[in-house]
Design a protein around this ligand. Structure first.
Ligand code: MN
Length: 228
């Protein structure tokens, strides 16, 4: 038996302070995980529990540099997010097992074709094409958890062309990362290499070609991309 064609290369993310790389398995994302962002999107935080969606691992842009402006949108939004990286998995995990499975944390951008997403929402259809496209997610190097301080209570700051747009604490998550992963492990079997984008605070907005997005998460790292 032979492959019909060469399989795609695994997507890998550098590990901060090491020559190792982290092979990505799947990308999970939490929507509506900060109350102020839920409000800015026109929903009621009390009535809309966080939702989980996915992005293809081969659409991940790794590290600083250019990010492709996608087709089929005139309203591309940034969402700055804390990312959790797992080095082990399992089903129905408790908090201790999730904590043991976490390898580290990174800075991430959940890029969104807001106009496409809005149209799909209005028609009560899945959001996929609003959230999944080439370069639909970006990630910094992953920092091992022991070097990250307390990611559940750290500061996230995102600027576009040096103007601060998002400036908040990860302590405001409705579902803290560990609780979200406990829940996710009841829905699917988590695997080593899975990433979780933990949702974005308020201040999302549109970017155009040429804009530079800088994301910093205290004790976790930084990411800088330019839309092409
Ligand atoms: Mn998001």
């Amino acid at each position: 038996m032979a492959y019909l064609f060469a399989p795609a290369d695994a997507t890998t993310v550098p590990v901060d302070g090491s020559d190792d790389v982290f092979p990505v398995n799947r990308i999970f994302c939490i929507g509506k995980n900060y109350a102020d962002h839920v409000r800015e999107m026109g929903s009621d935080p009390a009535s809309t529990p966080p939702c989980i969606f996915m992005k293809p691992a081969n659409c991940l842009k790794v590290g600083d540099g250019d990010l492709a402006y996608p087709s089929a949108t005139t309203d591309l939004h940034y969402e700055g997010e804390l990312v959790v990286a797992l080095a082990a998995g399992g089903k129905d995990l408790n908090r201790a097992a999730i904590e043991a499975a976490i390898f580290g944390y990174a800075c991430g951008l959940d890029m969104t074709r807001r106009d496409v997403q809005g149209d799909l929402k209005e028609r009560r259809l899945p959001w996929d094409m609003g959230k999944s496209f080439d370069d639909c997610a970006a990630i910094s190097a992953i920092r091992p958890k022991d070097a990250c301080g307390s990611p559940a209570d750290t500061h996230l700051k995102l600027s576009v062309n040096d103007a601060v747009r998002q400036n908040d604490t990860t302590a405001k998550m409705i579902w803290p990362a560990i609780d979200a992963l406990v829940h996710l492990s009841t829905l699917i079997e988590l695997k080593a290499g899975d990433l979780l984008y933990t949702g974005t605070p308020e201040g999302v907005g549109a970017v155009v070609r040429g804009d530079r997005i800088d994301l910093e998460i205290e004790n976790v790292g930084s990411l800088s991309v330019t839309l092409k």
